[in-house]
Write a protein that binds this ligand. Sequence first.
Ligand code: PBG
Length: 323
Amino acid sequence: MPFPIHRGRRLRSSEAMRSLVRETRLDPAQFVLPLFICPGEGVRREIGSMPGQYHLSVDEFVLECDEARGLGIGGVMLFGLPESKDELASGAYAEDGIVQRALRAARSQTRDLLLITDVCNCEYTSHGHCGFVKDGDVVNDVTLEWLSRTALSHARAGADIIAPSDMMDGRVGAIRKTLDENGFEQTPILSYAAKFASVFYGPFREAAESAPQFGDRRSYQMDPPNAREAMREIEQDLAEGADMVMVKPALAYLDLIHEARTRFDVPIAAYQVSGEYSMIMAAARNGWIDQERAMMETLVSIRRAGADFVLTYFAKDAARLLA
Ligand code: PBG
């Protein structure tokens, strides 16, 4: 309908009008807050590269879960900083590992906040790679055994959802099989299916102390220019038994979130990663951008592109604003 019969501005005239016709809304129940758990007690240490985010000891983590639940946030994603690291990532699958202890502590208190665990090895290996390294490369099939053990130990400790982020081939199938064989056939898998070798994980690697000591992750994480390959990864993870899939990072990959939404009728998650968070925080601290508006605009863009839920370090701030 051409002008002047049609005037787009009629429906933008007031907040009430805009709100009436708003197509996408944010709901804290669709946010997941990533948290970093460290050894010790009473520890709440701000992460240099991620202002407003903290290393939390288990007791502080439990308090954080209470706060998140109080704000109506859907879940938390647990990352662990182990006491020590080794070549076999043994801290990842130790029954009394840092994440396992945090799960047990939170589980006894929280029922209605989802505890989601990132299953990977890079925080636990001395070299910082996501699996068993031989001759300078990550050996896929040995790593699957570690991942399966880790996933099972998380399920036993009370994880609601298992989220493998390592990008080894066949890991969803391997984890599904191990969970099923051990009575955890009801535990869902959220696969980091389309995970790219991204510069935007930079601040996280300081936060999780997981930067690779040599080389990079390009032999397992995806090449940023590839969209069709991302769809193939998602398809394969679904065939192996993933219940939900993730696109990561979010903002630079909105096209893939949208494409995944149109192709696959499963819940799609997107991860607004550390670099996306820290860029906004840095610009805001310099007075160059409005933090709240940048936060809300990026979050709504991710939902508009087609993500059902969003992993975001802004979860608490955004939830407060929506309250
Ligand atoms: C573990 C993992 C990473 C992130 C989530 N899980 C780091 C990486 O792959 O290097 C990144 C999250 C973020 O940047 O916020 N493999």
